[in-house]
Design a protein around this ligand. Structure first.
Ligand code: COA
Length: 169
């Protein structure tokens, strides 16, 4: 069995694209852990707008000034990846009561698969409770102002992707 580092956590997600909610959560994770791996899921059931390489590139740009955040892709079972990376915890955010059931199920399944890895939840900052990657894409697709809700590099890439000029320019 791999040696697990209790000061290292994995923050997994599809991050299609990453939002300020994710940025805020991982930064708060750094108050608890020495290092956090921002782990971007490669194989996901979601039909992503951004490729895995694009999602990694955006995250690397957004976290360029934070050496304690490591951006990586992962494939397959999350718990196997966390174990192979030697991380002691999975970091997850809770936005509302509606997140709880899914998170509860996932945390229990991951615990069943590996009892040495803990899932740690942080409550999402109230400023970002309403955000999701889907809602950001929907607003951007229709030219809405998403500045401040996603990192600057994501604002630019979303508009490039949709090939539209924002109405708020
Ligand atoms: N702020 C803003 N938005 C947030 C957020 C926060 N703090 N936390 C989550 N969200 C949003 C996400 O952007 C996402 O939006 P979307 O549905 O519009 O894309 C939504 O909330 C759900 O996020 P999440 O629950 O993290 O789902 P995900 O698809 O990003 O990640 C995986 C899920 C990849 C972690 C999970 O499917 C997994 O582990 N897969 C690997 C296979 C595996 O091991 N499966 C068994 C698990 S027991």
């Amino acid at each position: 069995m791999a040696e697990l580092n209790p000061r290292l956590a994995v923050y997994p997600g599809t991050f299609d694209p990453l939002t300020m909610g994710h940025v805020s959560l991982i930064k708060r994770g750094l108050c608890v852990f020495d290092e956090v791996i921002f782990a971007v899921a490669n194989s996901t059931s979601k039909n992503t707008l951004f490729s895995i390489d694009e999602r990694l590139e955006l995250a690397r740009k957004a976290f360029a000034s934070e050496p304690r955040i490591i951006v990586e892709a992962f494939d397959g079972l999350l718990i196997d990846y966390v174990n192979n990376r030697g991380a002691g915890s999975i970091l997850r955010g809770l936005r509302a009561v509606s997140d709880f059931e899914y998170e509860f199920q996932m945390a229990l399944m991951n615990r069943k698969l590996n009892r040495d890895i803990q899932t740690v939840f942080l409550i999402t900052d109230f400023k970002w409770m309403y955000l999701s990657s889907t809602i950001i894409k929907d607003v951007a697709r229709n030219g809405g102002d998403i500045r401040g809700m996603v990192p600057g590099c994501v604002v630019r890439r979303l508009f490039e992707k949709f090939g539209i000029s924002p109405t708020w320019k």
